[in-house]
Design a protein around this ligand. Sequence first.
Ligand code: SF4
Length: 293
Amino acid sequence: MYEFAVTPAVTSIRRRGVEISEVHPDSLGAEMDLEPGDRIIKVNGRTVRDYLDFRFHTAGETELLLEVRKKTGEDWELELERGENEDFGFSFEQIVPRQCANECIFCFCNGNPADARPSLFVKDEDIRLSFLYGNYTTLTSISEDEIKRIVEQGLSPQYVSIHATNLDVRAYLLGVDKERADISAKLKRLLDAGIQIHAQVVLCPGINDGDVLLKTIHDLAAEHPRITSVAIVPLGLTRYNTDPRLTPVTPEFCREVIGQLTAVQNQLRVRLGTNFAFLGDEIYLRAGQAVPK
Ligand code: SF4
């Protein structure tokens, strides 16, 4: 059930709201005469920036006021009542990823051929994609608004590339200064707010392996279960990334890491009830060993 009012459009260059990409037939959205190309600007007076906001602002609400910019340029206000959990039947435009401000020495973009498709050069660092798809962020340039959004909307878990808890090493790997590399206060805020974190280490021989890796694992394990796990994946090099600071991952290196980590995992399993630190399959395969169950 709904009512609507039309007001003259205000010319605006910035595209506000979230665009509807599809309206399923026989849905609430179709009944409201909404169409692909229309943009939802506000829900109950609250600004909508993307479909996560739309989901968050509509969740559990049965009485809604939608402010919509029609693709014709008209502004509509739609008042509606919907059944609990009744779906709108909308699909939305994809989130445009926020880009990172790091210069990681191992960045996958440096390993692309120059003529690779453009999407392979997208350096995403987006807490929304972390929540939705498990993409990793480094939190180095996360804004206050983004931290508040994670907490307010419960965008948990978040996947965070730690790489090393040694600040000098982390800053070196990310290509940023130590102040930016230090995310301890941000991480604490998220953990204190009940946000679950999965950590990641991109393992670069001679840089964040050995004692640096052990310290990283122990520092992160001290926050278990709030930090749930740490995934350790090997540096990936292609023939296009010839940075002399990087040492290729060899079978011998992988065997050493597995030996070192197996002992640590055994201790952690006794203490935490989980291996906590997990090596990527590539490390076992490169070592010529079977991937554990
Ligand atoms: S954070 Fe990711 S995308 Fe950004 S530079 Fe580092 S590896 Fe590349």
